[in-house]
Design a protein around this ligand. Sequence first.
Ligand code: FES
Length: 161
Amino acid sequence: MSESTFDPEVVERGDEGITRRGFVKVAVVGMCAGYAAAIGYPVFRYLNSPVEKAEASSAVNEVTLKDVDKLPKNSALMFKFGTHPAVLIRHEDDTWVALDAVCTHLGCTVAFDPASKQIVCACHGGVYDAKTGGNVSGPPPKPLTVFKVAVKGGEAKVTRA
Ligand code: FES
C-alpha cells in the first residue's frame, strides 16, 4: 500500500506549483510596498517641500502691485512675494514700507496694527517696528526682512533690497 501524504500548504496549478505560503509572501510583500509608498511619498513631499518653497521664493526678485494709491494712509496690503506672505504699508506720513510678513520666531504671518502703528504677531505676541522691521518686543530673534519699494503712477514695485 502506497502512502500518500496531503500537504495543505501546496496548491498545484498546472505544471507549475505555487504554495499557499509563497502566495501569501508575495501578497504581504506587495501590500507592504504599497503601504510604504502611500506613507513614504507624502513624507518625502513634506520634507522636500521647504527646499522647493525656498527656491521658488528666492527666484522671485520683484513684484508689482497695482492701484496702491487707493490704499488709505496708516493701512496695509498683504501680498505674496514668491511663496512668502509680505506686507506693504502706507504710513501716515505717506511713506511706503514693504516687509516680509513671516515672523522670525516660529513662522506665523504677521500683520500691521493701525492702532499701535506696529507690526504684530498674534502667535506669541511678537512686535516689530513698522518702518524698519526691527524687533520691538516679544520672542522673535531677528528683524523682518525689508524690501525696496518704489511707488509711481499708482503702482508699487517691490524688490529685494
Ligand atoms: S511666531 Fe511670531 S511671535 Fe512666535
